[in-house]
Design a protein around this ligand. Structure first.
Ligand code: S3P
Length: 179
């Protein structure tokens, strides 16, 4: 187990749909005794409707506006673990804010693993358009360069979330040791 101290800045989890940002984020928050927040949930609360309904009723651009505002607000709060929706870090403004105010962690997994994981829920509007594997491959190609700007890159392909959690704690430890 690692000896990471309570971070001074929020830890923001980024990466494609299905990689486990929310599940791992909750565990990371518990391990570091920080509060956990999920950007999608916060957008839903602010809008009073689900992500799917926001996409359907107002379109993706409106969702992205809400997402940008909600994340900006959350970054002003005391340090937390924040799981983002898969597209949020691609937004230039959001990425700049996170770079200035938080530590970003990219959870990576191969597309085959993601496909298996996303098949468990049907709550993601972008995956309803085409077959999930095609969509996820296209999104990865489009988003990879932005994701790669994250401070920490962690492999989340392994079978279990606690392996990913340990990898994050180790990476945070290493970073702390260098500062
Ligand atoms: C999206 C990912 C979703 C949600 C929305 C759009 C994306 O979040 O924000 O459906 O653009 O990748 P998760 O990554 O938590 O599934």
């Amino acid at each position: 187990m690692s000896s990471v101290h309570k971070p001074q800045k929020s830890l923001v989890l980024i990466g494609l749909m299905g990689v486990g940002k929310t599940t791992v984020g909750r565990r990371l928050a518990q391990a570091l005794k920080l509060q956990f927040r999920d950007a999608d949930e916060e957008v839903e609360q602010a809008a009073g409707r689900s992500v799917s309904d926001i996409f359907e009723d107002f379109g993706e651009a409106a969702f992205r506006d809400g997402e940008r505002k909600v994340i900006a607000r959350l970054l002003e709060e005391p340090p937390m673990v924040l799981a983002l929706g898969g597209g949020a870090f691609v937004d230039e403004e959001t990425r700049a804010r996170i770079k200035a105010q938080a530590t970003s962690i990219w959870l990576q997994a191969d597309v085959e693993t993601l496909v298996k994981r996303v098949s468990r829920r049907d709550t993601r509007p972008l995956l309803r358009k085409d077959d999930p594997e095609t969509v996820l491959r296209a999104l990865l190609a489009k988003r990879q360069a932005a994701y790669a700007e994250a401070d920490i890159h962690v492999d989340a392909s392994g079978g279990s979330h606690h392996i990913t959690l340990d990898a994050i704690l180790r990476a945070l430890d290493d970073r702390e040791a260098k500062t």
